[in-house]
Design a protein around this ligand. Structure first.
Ligand code: ADP
Ligand code: MG
Ligand code: MG
Length: 245
């Protein structure tokens, strides 16, 4: 069975159909892109998968089992972790404290600082980044903070990582580092759902792409066998005059 499979997932807000008929499959070690214009339903889908919203209809199977994802904590317990565009770190806490926030390793009544620091160090090393677990988060660059978020997901044993435009606030060098981290996680068997508007950057890392338009599921394609032109046509719902390189 694939890591994640959704069948006919729908979500309405009052009389707006935010999402309809989503049939999505993510394999272990796959980078699966979600493409669509503004309002296509990308964020709604991610929020359903990470337990923020309950779908009105449809089924979600994780690891071959039907699941009802009842909240963020439940999603995380399953191994589904979302990294938001707006980072959710606590600025005045240390890197290690942020990584373990709410799940601190304890020795009796006390937080085990040593284990907290060592656990954080292991996760950061797995990403190949040189960040001091004792550094205060507010002293880090945006790129470093994003790496801390990913390290946090790893510490939760994420099996499906949902990334919402992870390179949008990064410069060239940091974006390249981020894409390398995504590739490493993929090699370790983590499934990755990757939202991005930059089709060019997806070229090197994506296995498959699912297109949404106006809340509708449109299609899933193998990236290597699909032109950028075809994907953009699916996104906008018409043939293009202009050719993309
Ligand atoms: P995307 O992330 O692809 O830009 P969204 O998932 O944010 O798209 O939105 C899909 C549609 O659902 C849009 O028409 C949006 O206005 C609507 N929508 C999303 N969230 C809400 C909400 N909380 N309440 C009402 N309408 C919403
Ligand atoms: Mg969105
Ligand atoms: Mg956005």
């Amino acid at each position: 069975a694939p890591l994640l499979r959704t069948l006919g997932v729908c979500k309405r807000f009052d009389n707006v159909v935010a999402l309809s008929g989503v049939a999505l499959e993510v394999r272990r070690g796959e980078v699966h892109a979600i493409c669509g214009e503004n309002g296509a339903g990308k964020s709604t889908l991610m929020k359903i998968l990470s337990g923020v919203y309950t779908p009105d209809e449809g089924e979600i199977h994780f690891d071959g089992e039907p699941v009802r994802i009842g909240g963020l904590a439940h999603a995380q317990a399953l191994g589904i972790v979302m990294i938001h565009q707006e980072l959710n770190l606590v600025p005045h806490l240390s890197v290690a404290e942020n990584i373990w926030l709410g799940r601190e390793p304890r020795r009796g009544w006390f937080v085990d600082r040593g284990r907290q620091r060592d656990g954080a160090r292991v996760c950061l090393q797995r990403l190949g980044v040189d960040i001091d677990p004792d550094a205060q988060v507010s002293s880090l660059s945006i790129a470093q903070q994003q790496m801390v978020e990913i390290a946090k997901a790893l510490s939760m044993q994420a099996r499906l990582l949902i990334m919402d435009e992870p390179t949008s606030s990064l410069g060239e060098a940091d974006a390249a580092r981020m894409l390398k981290v995504v590739q490493d996680l993929k090699r370790e068997g983590v499934g990755i759902l990757y939202i991005s508007h930059r089709l060019d950057e997806l070229d090197h890392i994506v296995d498959r792409v699912t297109v949404l338009r106006d809340g509708q599921y449109i299609a899933t394609r193998d990236w290597a066998r699909t032109s950028i032109n075809e994907i953009v046509s699916l996104m906008v719902g018409r043939e293009l005059n202009q050719q993309f390189p």
